[in-house]
Design a binder for this molecule. Structure first.
Ligand SMILES: Nc1nc2c(ncn2[C@@H]2O[C@H](COP(=O)(O)OP(=O)(O)OP(=O)(O)O)[C@@H](O)[C@H]2O)c(=O)[nH]1
Ligand SMILES: [Mg+2]
Length: 330
């Protein structure tokens, strides 16, 4: 044998398939928002292990597609307050625990301010925390025109939810009025933020499931560094094609209404997820995107990035999502 040639076993990396870690990710949608999330948005996520819908409204639950559905009810009258739905939810903790068992991460989606999501989401989050399942919660806050009562309930619900989850990503529905056209359909307005969240998760999931990415994210980094910060999260995104697409996309993301430069500047950790068509992605683009984000971060917090070579779903050449954590509540 040529002495330069090592015996094959010395160079071989012993990594049987069973030792690869592919996190099992579930999506739990609570209340009315489950209609849009589980209607046609969640299927855009790759490698979703389980979907679950939870609601007080049996008819609404019948209409959604989910691996598992939980009706929060005493079988008589529907609960009329968030407190009443919370009490009912508490009696279903064993069912919730069974439904989420074995998952490594959950994307929990709800709308705050009504009866179902506000009361039930903190209970689900508590179950997830007890099982040490990494939880990223996305919660919408009511439009301004929905009235004070709803806003007060929403703030209470958000507060309760925030203490139970690893990371909370609130989005103000009123901000939508500034990003969508005045005469856009109600459905497209309502879907805008949940869709953006799903697309953010798609980028993240493509990055933690190694086979889809060229620069991936370590699941433990996601758990401890990005989603483990004290404070809330915010995200922004941008998409562009053609000349200077990378710069255009990152600038849109930095200035996106859900994120806003001022919130990005407060971040104590940042994740930048880049999706681009394989022939559009160059090292120069990645460097330029990272420099643009870095310039917004005076205290130089840790920044993780991932790149996925795959045409973004909306057909653009580039999609950049920025998730900032450790920021003050909206
Ligand atoms: N952007 C967006 N916001 C939603 C959607 N569904 C609900 N919301 C918001 O979430 C808040 C709570 O939703 P509700 O339907 O009032 O509450 P619920 O949790 O379903 O409970 P109920 O009072 O039983 O209907 C609403 O005030 C809306 O602002 C949605 O699909 N998209
Ligand atoms: Mg509702």
């Amino acid at each position: 044998m040529d002495h330069h040639q090592l015996p094959p076993t010395l160079n071989a990396i012993e990594a049987p398939d069973s030792e690869w870690f592919f996190p099992k990710i579930g999506l739990v949608a609570i209340g009315t928002i489950s209609q849009s999330i589980l209607g046609d948005l969640a299927w855009r996520l790759p490698s979703l292990h389980r979907t679950m819908a939870i609601h007080t409204d049996a008819n609404a639950l019948r209409r959604v597609k989910a691996d598992c559905k939980l009706w929060v009810s005493d079988g008589k009258a529907p609960p009329l307050t968030p407190q009443a739905s919370q009490l009912l939810a508490q009696s279903l903790i064993p069912d919730m625990a069974e439904a989420v068992a074995g998952l490594d991460m959950v994307l929990l989606v709800t709308g705050m301010g009504g009866v179902a999501g506000t009361g039930i989401a903190p209970v689900v989050a508590q179950v997830l925390r007890e099982q040490k399942i990494l939880t990223l919660a996305f919660a919408t806050l009511p439009f301004n025109f929905e009235g004070n009562r709803r806003h007060q309930n929403a703030q209470i619900g958000l507060q309760e939810l925030g203490t139970q989850v690893n990371a909370l990503l609130p989005v103000n529905n009123s901000d939508l009025e500034r990003v969508v056209e005045e005469n856009a359909s109600l459905e497209s307005v309502m879907n805008h933020a949940p869709l953006a969240f799903i697309q953010l998760c798609r980028s993240i999931m493509n990055s933690v499931v190694v086979e889809h990415s060229n620069v991936g994210i370590d699941f433990e980094d996601l758990r401890h560094l990005i989603l483990g910060q004290t404070g809330d999260c915010a995200f922004g995104f941008g998409a562009a094609s053609g000349v200077n697409a990378a710069d255009a996309a990152v600038n849109q993301a930095i200035h996106h209404i859900f994120l806003g430069q001022s919130r990005l500047q407060q971040a104590s950790a940042v994740l930048v997820a880049i999706e681009a068509t394989p022939d559009a992605l160059s090292l120069r683009d990645v460097r330029s995107i990272m420099l643009s984000v870095g310039q917004q971060l005076p205290s130089a917090p840790p920044v993780i990035y991932s790149t996925v070579s795959a045409t973004p779903e909306d057909g653009h050449d580039f999609r950049v999502s920025i998730l900032a954590s450790g920021i003050a509540r909206i």
